[in-house]
Design a protein around this ligand. Structure first.
Ligand code: ATP
Ligand code: MG
Length: 300
């Protein structure tokens, strides 16, 4: 399939889930079980489409890498068992590992807490020409930290700075940070993998039932479920406050993994296509050097 067709299809698939202006965003307008125009019996077709998408991503990546101008930051946020790891694994399976870095952000270390809340993520930003993937990110600072105020108290902030406005201030800091990154050539796309509470339960159950999945289960995940509504409200606020034209959120239905992967791949293809990537042009000087190298090689 030619790339123009893939791009057009990708735009069609991903458009409905892209949020660029958060003001009116309501999570309840989205359905975790949504599969768009596709039905369960279309799953094999969706898998084929994903393979084509993965190939297209790999071609885009090569150009991004060759050009060394733009960088791409992909942020994944979700409740446990929503499939962040699987989405990263499948969608980016065709990517050259040399052009890509993946960072997972878990509970912060003492050194992290001795700095501002963006510090540990800033250290892991991609270079020009690279894909940077954040499995969780500074967005935890307005999610888990908001749901559990005791984490905020551990952050060693001067008490005078911890006021009622702290979440609004963090949203503003994040917007400014992302707009700064965008103006410097770093393209940001953010994915909220939206799984339902019932589907999460099914996945936790299968982690308990299947020995090969036992290692994935953590008792803490089950207790976080008790805060489900608070998390959903924190996600909604986060998207309202930080969805922008330059750094949109995608609210990706996550109850059906095959559909999640198609949407994530489509959104990344759309982002990369918008950059007009091309291999660097060879100038006359370079052409001459190539010619000389050929002559030298032929006579060696
Ligand atoms: P998996 O469960 O698939 O291994 P994970 O990303 O859930 O992946 P865990 O080690 O289970 O990894 O969880 C990381 C935990 O760290 C999450 O509960 C997350 O909310 C928490 N975390 C991340 N950032 C922060 C932060 N800034 N402050 C407090 N907790 C955080
Ligand atoms: Mg976990």
């Amino acid at each position: 399939m030619d790339i123009k067709k893939i791009v057009k299809l990708s735009q069609g698939y991903s458009r409905d889930y892209r949020i660029t202006k958060g003001k009116k965003f309501r999570l309840k307008d989205f359905d975790p079980d949504d599969t768009g125009d596709l039905k369960a019996e279309d799953k094999p077709r969706a898998k084929e489409a994903l393979q084509i998408g993965v190939q297209a991503l790999s071609e885009f990546q090569e150009k991004l890498y060759a050009q060394q101008r733009w960088g791409l930051l992909l942020i994944f946020q979700a409740m446990d068992a929503a499939g962040k790891d699987g989405a990263i694994k499948h969608v980016l399976s065709g990517i050259n590992p040399q052009g890509c870095s993946v960072s997972s952000f878990k509970a912060p270390s003492t050194e992290d807490l001795n700095h501002d809340f963006l510090w540990r993520c800033q250290k892991r930003l991609p270079e020009r020409g690279m894909f940077g993937i954040f499995n969780r990110s500074y967005y935890e600072e307005v999610l888990v930290v908001r749901v559990h105020p005791e984490f905020l108290h551990r952050q060693k902030l001067p008490p005078k700075l911890v006021t009622k406005s702290i979440w609004q201030e963090r949203y503003r800091d994040i917007r400014n940070f992302e707009s700064f990154q965008s103006r410097n050539g770093f393209v940001i796309r953010k994915f909220f993998l939206y799984v339902s509470k019932d589907e999460q339960k099914r996945r936790f159950m299968s982690r308990l039932d299947e020995p090969s999945k036992n290692w994935k289960f953590s008792a803490a995940d089950a207790t976080e479920r008790e805060h489900w509504d608070e998390y959903m409200s924190a996600y909604q606020d986060m998207i309202r406050e930080t969805a922008t034209e330059e750094a949109p959120w995608y609210v990706v239905p996550a109850d059906n993994k095959w559909y999640t992967h198609v949407i994530v791949a489509a959104a990344i293809i759309d982002a990369l296509d918008s950059l007009g990537l091309a291999y660097p042009e060879i100038d006359a000087d370079m052409r001459k050097q190539l010619q000389q190298a050929r002559t030298a090689l032929e006579s060696s």
